[in-house]
Design a protein around this ligand. Structure first.
Ligand code: MN3
Length: 387
């Protein structure tokens, strides 16, 4: 059997590491061709020793030197920066796993899809800021996107064999994050450590903070809108603390199809890498419904979690607003992680950025990057004096 050739963008991040866990469990079926990482040279070196890729990319030339020094006789070609990411995303592979965080993932996605690749997609921010551009590329080239985000993998399975015009609504579930049961004043005073304690999922820092504000769910609403071509009015969010039902689709005839499974990213990753086939799960991650006992659902509280409300507003406004919400959120989360602002400054910064934005239509990569940059510069210039 011919092995599937895989390139991973963001190999040392949470998605990248778990993708390599899945690949290691199916060594006869996959071959790692390319690895792109940021600045964790030590972990990348270990991954290279184990998977022996042909192409490697790191953040900059200093890190490339560092990596060469760790691995005495490298047998791979090494690249760095934007060019490296673009090279890896268009190299001779069958599947590109995009596990990058933030708008950084946009250019490599465009490059992979322009080369007709299948992209296993965990980089939601790219679909948020460049939905139309990505949809255009999918029409023009033979590339495809298979979701890797657990909710979207759930919906992808619920829609199997169904017609999109028979969908009444999609139900995205959310764990509710660490502050689900806190009152609003407690949330306002939340610290970085408290926000990083996610109740059900183990993930990277940015997405963990996004889960605490519920911005993650807001971005996922826009992601679902673009991925499945559906109006945001037909996408509901339900808080589901057990995180066992990963999402659901209600059809016009009243039937609801949902997908359930263990709370572990290796499941959606395995689904995405093998789709449309299935393989026996090589991990002890089968879901025991008896030990879970009950599934609960709650309505999200938009006062306690204003980021979700902002995301819905942006989803219906469209134009360049999704770029603004994403850029402002990335900056605000970064500042919160550096302990420069409070937890409730995050929605404040975002809502100020949205209010002061004059919408434009963005049809090209250049347009998108220009708005993205403008928003970031404006926040960094004014923010310190306002908050
Ligand atoms: Mn998700």
């Amino acid at each position: 059997m011919k092995k599937k050739r895989i390139a991973i963008l963001g190999s040392t991040g949470s998605i990248g590491r778990q993708t390599l866990d899945v690949i290691s469990a199916f060594k006869d079926e996959f071959e790692v061709i390319g690895l792109a990482a940021g600045s964790n040279a030590q972990l990348l070196a270990e991954q290279i020793k184990e998977h022996n890729p042909r192409f490697v990319s790191v953040k900059d030339s200093t890190l490339a030197q560092e990596l060469k020094a760790i691995l005495k006789n490298p047998s791979f070609e090494i690249f760095w920066g934007d060019i490296g990411l673009e090279f890896i995303s268009s190299c001779s592979c069958d599947i590109v796993v995009n596990g990058l965080v933030g708008a950084l993932g946009l250019k490599p996605t465009i490059s992979a899809l322009s080369h007709g690749k299948r992209v296993a997609f965990a980089n939601k921010e790219t679909l948020v800021i460049a939905g139309d551009l990505i949809k255009d590329l999918l029409v023009k080239n033979r590339g495809e996107i298979i979701p890797l985000d657990s909710e979207h993998v759930a919906i992808h399975q619920c829609l199997s064999g169904q017609k999109i015009d028979t969908v009444k609504r999609m139900i995205l579930t959310a764990s509710g994050g660490p502050f689900r049961t806190w009152d609003i004043d407690q949330i306002k005073a939340a610290t970085k450590e408290q926000a990083l304690k996610h109740p059900t999922w183990v993930m990277g820092q940015k997405i963990t903070i996004d889960s605490a504000t519920l911005m993650n769910k807001g971005l996922e609403v826009i992601e679902a809108m673009n991925l499945f071509n559906i109006d945001s009015k037909k996408i509901d969010v339900l808080i589901h603390p057990q995180s066992i039902m990963h999402s659901a689709v209600e059809f016009i005839d009243g039937n609801i199809i949902s997908q359930l499974g263990a709370t572990d990213m290796k499941l959606p990753i395995q689904y995405s890498l093998f789709y449309p086939e299935r393989r026996e799960l090589p991990f002890n991650l089968f879901c025991d419904l008896l030990s879970i006992g009950k599934l609960e659902f709650e309505k999200p509280d938009m006062e306690k979690f204003p980021c979700l409300k902002l995301a819905y507003e942006v989803a219906s406004k469209g134009k360049s607003y999704p770029i603004v919400i994403n850029a402002a959120n990335e900056i605000a989360v970064d500042k919160f992680l550096k302990e420069e602002i409070t937890f409730f400054d995050i929605p404040k910064i975002i809502s100020r950025a949205l209010e002061s934005h004059s919408p434009v239509s963005t049809s090209s990569l250049e347009d998108i990057l220009e708005v993205d940059k403008e928003v970031r510069v404006k926040i960094l210039e004014t923010q310190s004096s306002v908050v």
